[in-house]
Design a protein. Structure first.
Length: 236
């Protein structure tokens, strides 16, 4: 995906808020790009533009043939339907595409990947917050999409649970690779998950630094000297 000269402004109380001004970014196909920046800088606006929920004032977003079509979202809140079971919450997104038996089997396979097979018949209010977010991860991957957009999906969780969910996400992504744009405030999260990490400015949002990480995601550790050095750069 190539984002070229993207601009977006909003009008509020007779004043103009310039969020993006000729913003440029290349997101390699079937990789994870993490966007790290201050609150209100325009990260979520960029996701909405990429997801075609809004239109830019000017500029273009060119997606490769492998990125055209459906988009899967993962939000801060799990956004599960409380009256349905874990299995049904995941199976629902498959109904337009598969017959009943096939979609149930597919839904269960993703539930198993996030280690919740024993909880498939329970409803969301019978699960912990972390388990609900794992269901949301399973649902996001189950949906047959060409791209994924993540808006701080692990922000509200404690650190130990966050790393568990990061590992769950990476495990699924390695099996179902899709071009992924990921918004976070957490540099460590970004360094563990992303193929490239982009440090962003206050609005109008611009790129302050971009770092590619070659190390396999499954081998990464926050004690790695390279990642420690990158943390220093991003926090500096």
């Amino acid at each position: 995906m190539i984002i070229s000269n993207l601009s977006k402004s909003y009008t509020a109380e007779n004043s103009t808020i310039e969020v993006l001004n000729n913003f440029n970014l290349t997101v390699p196909t079937k990789t994870i790009t993490a966007l790290v920046g201050p609150s209100g800088c325009g990260k979520t606006t960029l996701l909405r533009l990429v997801g075609e929920l809004e239109k830019p004032d000017s500029g273009t977003i060119k997606k490769s043939s492998e990125e055209q079509g459906r988009i899967s979202y993962l939000f801060q809140e799990p956004r599960l339907l409380p009256w349905f079971s874990v299995l049904t919450n995941v199976e629902l997104v498959l109904r337009p595409f598969y017959a009943k038996n096939e979609r149930i089997n597919k839904a269960m396979s993703f539930i198993e990947m996030v280690e919740l097979a024993d909880y498939a018949r329970l409803k969301p209010d019978q699960l912990s917050g972390g388990m609900r977010q794992r269901v949301a991860i399973a649902r996001a991957f189950a949906y047959p999409a060409q791209m994924m957009l993540l808006d701080e999906p692990f922000q509200s969780l404690d650190s130990s649970l966050r790393w568990l969910l990061v590992r769950s996400f990476v495990k699924l992504w390695e099996q179902e690779k899709r071009t992924t744009l990921y918004v976070t405030h957490d540099v460590q999260e970004a360094l563990l998950m992303a193929d490239q990490v982009v440090k962003l400015s206050h609005r109008p949002m611009d790129i302050l630094a971009l770092h590619k990480i070659e190390e396999e995601k499954s081998n990464r550790s926050l004690s790695d000297p390279q990642l420690i050095a990158l943390q220093t750069l991003f926090y500096g």
